[in-house]
Design a protein around this ligand. Structure first.
Ligand code: BT5
Length: 255
């Protein structure tokens, strides 16, 4: 067992040795009416995915490939906040278990020493103006050596093992992540996003820095000012105009 300290999250665990994507299974379980807190965990993903149909490298036995089903009673525009809540929970869990201090790169990356160790993919099903289900996909590089990564990832990705020289028990990490996530999620449902937004900003890398936001319609340069109460990134360009970025890849500008 995982020794869970949660009331709802992870009370039902769907475990598989090898899957296409834990997201796919979680969507099916959501459709079948499974309860909030159901999680899907796999040892390996053959077609793990990122945003915009990008691939997520998910080799066997070395990482955490997990999807969490939530059913918040909220309108669809609130769903992106759940990505930020998950990011805070994961940072807190990694800090507690490893004593490393990761940072968040808006919206969905967690980095150590500038390299990506975690990716989060939030997908939503809504009916009319109400969320039916949100699937939070979490990928964490735990015990990979550098040579486990494909060459194109070796300069941009890392793992907890590479950064600390230690291996970690994935079940322990999952247990702590679910405990932190449940606590923050309950706090969010009771008190709203503001307290979590402040926490999120304390871990964020790009706030106050010059960045480039690549959106599907083009790139915008400016200074990241922070996030709105809905979790939207605020970017101020050189003319002092504020842009509200809902979805993008962020690059820190090199001086
Ligand atoms: C993400 O997308 O970062 C979201 C990744 C979510 C993965 C989880 S695992 C469990 C669940 N099931 C799934 O199928 N997915 C979720 P994005 O921001 O689009 O970043 C994707 C990019 O990250 C790729 O194009 C690569 O450049 C890079 N990448 C791929 N695999 C990586 C890895 N293992 N570690 C670090 N970077 C990686």
């Amino acid at each position: 067992g995982l020794g869970l300290q949660t009331e709802r999250l992870g009370r039902f665990i769907h475990f598989e040795e090898s899957v296409d994507s834990t997201q796919k299974i979680a969507h099916k379980l959501a459709y079948d009416g499974m309860k909030e807190g159901t999680i899907v965990v796999a040892e390996e993903q053959i077609s793990g995915r990122g945003r915009l149909d990008r691939k997520w490298h998910s080799p066997k036995y070395t990482g955490i490939w997990m999807s969490v089903l939530l059913r918040p009673n909220l309108p669809p525009p609130k769903a992106p906040q759940l990505t930020l809540i998950a990011a805070v929970a994961i940072v807190q869990a990694i800090e507690e278990v490893t004593r490393l201090q990761p940072n968040i790169k808006w919206p969905n990356d967690i980095l150590l020493n500038g390299k990506k160790i975690v990716g989060i993919l939030t997908e939503m099903q809504a009916e009319a103006d109400k969320i039916n289900s949100v699937i939070i996909g979490i990928g964490i590089n735990v015990n990979q050596q550098l040579e486990h990564f494909p060459e194109e990832l070796q300069t941009i990705a890392s793992s907890l093992l590479i950064e600390s020289g230690k291996t970690y028990t994935r079940a322990k990490l999952i247990q702590v992540i679910l405990a932190k996530l449940e606590k923050l999620y309950d706090q969010y449902l009771q008190h709203g996003f503001l307290p979590i937004k402040l926490l999120w900003e304390s871990y964020a890398l790009s706030i106050g820095k010059q960045i480039v936001a690549r959106t599907i319609t083009g790139s915008i340069k400016g200074v990241a000012k922070g996030i709105t109460d809905d979790g939207v990134l605020m970017l101020e360009d050189k003319d002092g105009k504020t842009h509200y970025i809902h979805s993008a890849d962020i690059e820190m500008e090199k001086k």
